[in-house]
Design a binder for this molecule. Structure first.
Ligand SMILES: Cc1ncc(COP(=O)(O)O)c(C=O)c1O
Length: 381
C-alpha cells in the first residue's frame, strides 16, 4: 500500500457537478450550473475557424496575443478610465479560474491571511490553503448579504495579505456599492494588503447600476489583481479564456507563475476574441440581454410559493423556501429534482460551515423555452 497524504483532504466533488449529474439522471431542467444553454455568436465561431485556417495553431505568446491584450486595454480605458499597459499589466489566462489560482499562488506565502466573504465561489479557499495561507472567512447573510466593514476591520491583523472580492456576486447576485468602495479604500490605505477582485460578471449588472471595478479607483487599482472571463462575456464558458490585470510590479510576479502553470492559452481563440472585442455591442448589450431573462424568470415565479431575493447582477436568482419545507437545502434541492424536475444549487454549498438559510440558487442564463418550462414546473411546488 502506498502511503499518501492528500493536499486537500476535505475536498470532494463540487456541488455543481453533483447537482448536474442528478439533473441528468432524472432528465430534469438543469438550472444548477452557471452556463448558458444557448449558442454563442456564429461570427465568433467563424473567427476561430478563420484563425485556424490561417495557420494560427501554434503556441501563443506566454502573456497572450498582443492584439488581444491591446483590445482589453482599450476596453478597460474606455469603460473605467483606467490605463493598463498591454506589455506588462495584462495577461491572458485559461479562464477566470486559472487567473484566480495563479494570482493566489503568486502572492500568498505560508501563514499569510486572506479574507474571503461567504457564500463564496468555490475555488478561492482551496488555492489559499494549498499555498499554506490562512483563510479568514466572514459570513454574509440574506436577504441583502451586505459586508459589515466594522467586522472586516476586526479580522485584519499584521498577517493580512489579501482581501478577495467578487462583484457582481456568485451566488447572491449582489453588487458592490459606493460605500463599500469607500470602506475598502479606507481599510487598505497605508497597508500592504492586496485585493483580488473577481469581476467575471462585470457586464451582467442590472437596473442601470455601474460596475464598480477596482480599475476605476486608483487607490484600489494600485493593489489589485482584477480577474475577467470571456466565458461569461460571450457565452463561451467551455473555451476557458479570461485575463488578469494588475500594476506592472504585481503582474510581473503573476507571470512568473503563469508561465509554469499554463505557459500560454489556446491561440485561435485569442485571434477570434481580439477581433470580436471590436464589436462593442457584443458586451455592452449583455446587461439588457440578461436583465430580460431575469425579469422573465422573476415574473414567472412571482405567483410561486418561493420568496424571491433581490438580483442586481450576475445570472443567478436566489429563492427562499424555508416557509415551504423544513428540509435542509441540499435535501430540498434533491427533492425538487425528483418531484418537479428542476435542478438548483443549495446555497449552503457556498459556506464552509454549510450554513443553511433555506435558499436555493437558480441560473437563468437559459433559453426562453427552458425558463418557461422551469417556471411551469416550479409553480407546482
Ligand atoms: C464568481 C466566479 N469566478 C470565477 C469563475 C470562473 O470563471 P471561468 O469559467 O472563466 O474559469 C466563475 C465561473 O462560474 C464564477 O462564477
Amino acid at each position: 500500500m502506498i502511503s499518501f497524504q492528500s493536499k486537500l483532504p476535505k475536498t470532494g466533488t463540487n456541488i455543481f457537478s453533483v447537482m448536474s449529474a442528478l439533473a441528468q439522471q432524472a432528465d430534469a431542467i438543469n438550472l444548477s450550473q452557471g452556463f448558458p444553454d444557448f449558442e454563442c455568436s456564429p461570427e465568433l465561431v467563424s473567427l476561430v475557424n478563420q484563425a485556424m485556417q490561417q495557420g494560427h495553431n501554434q503556441y501563443a505568446p506566454m502573456t497572450g496575443l498582443l492584439s488581444l491584450r491591446e483590445a482589453i486595454a482599450a476596453k478597460t480605458q474606455e469603460l473605467y478610465g483606467a490605463s493598463y499597459h498591454p506589455d506588462n499589466e495584462i495577461t491572458v489566462t485559461a479562464g477566470g479560474t486559472q487567473a484566480i489560482f495563479t494570482a493566489i499562488c503568486a502572492t500568498i506565502h505560508p501563514n499569510d491571511e486572506v479574507i474571503i466573504f461567504e457564500p463564496a465561489y468555490d475555488c478561492y479557499a482551496p488555492a489559499i490553503q494549498l499555498m499554506g495561507g490562512v483563510v479568514k472567512r466572514m459570513e454574509l447573510e440574506p436577504p441583502d448579504y451586505r459586508i459589515n466593514w466594522t467586522m472586516v476591520r476586526r479580522l485584519i491583523s499584521s498577517h493580512t495579505k489579501m482581501v478577495i472580492l467578487n462583484s457582481p456576486h456568485n451566488p447572491t447576485a449582489t453588487v458592490l456599492q459606493e460605500e463599500d468602495i469607500r470602506e475598502l479604500i479606507s481599510l487598505t490605505h497605508k497597508t500592504d494588503i492586496l485585493i483580488l477582485s473577481d469581476e467575471v460578471y462585470e457586464h451582467i449588472i442590472f437596473d442601470g447600476q455601474p460596475h464598480r471595478s477596482m480599475a476605476r479607483y486608483p487607490e484600489l487599482a494600485e493593489r489589485s489583481l482584477i480577474v475577467a472571463s470571456f466565458g461569461k462575456l460571450f457565452h463561451i464558458t467551455g473555451w476557458k479564456v479570461g485575463y488578469c490585470m494588475a500594476p506592472a510590479w504585481l503582474m510581473n510576479e503573476f507571470r512568473k507563475i503563469h508561465q509554469f502553470n499554463v505557459f500560454s492559452v489556446n491561440t485561435p481563440m485569442q485571434y477570434a476574441l481580439a477581433d470580436f472585442l471590436q464589436v462593442k455591442e457584443a458586451y455592452l448589450g449583455l446587461a439588457d440581454f440578461y436583465q430580460q431573462k431575469r425579469d422573465y424568470f422573476r415574473s414567472g415565479l412571482e405567483s410561486s410559493r418561493f420568496e424571491l431575493l433581490p438580483c442586481a447582477g450576475a445570472y443567478f436568482q436566489s429563492v427562499k423556501f424555508n416557509h415551504i419545507s423544513e428540509d435542509n437545502d441540499l435535501l430540498f434541492a434533491k427533492t425538487l429534482i425528483d418531484r418537479v424536475g428542476v435542478a438548483a444549487v443549495p446555497n449552503s454549498a457556498f459556506y464552509s460551515k454549510k450554513t443553511d438559510f433555506g435558499i436555493l440558487r437558480f441560473c437563468f442564463a437559459k433559453k426562453q423555452e427552458t425558463l418557461t418550462k422551469a417556471v411551469e414546473q416550479l409553480l407546482k411546488v
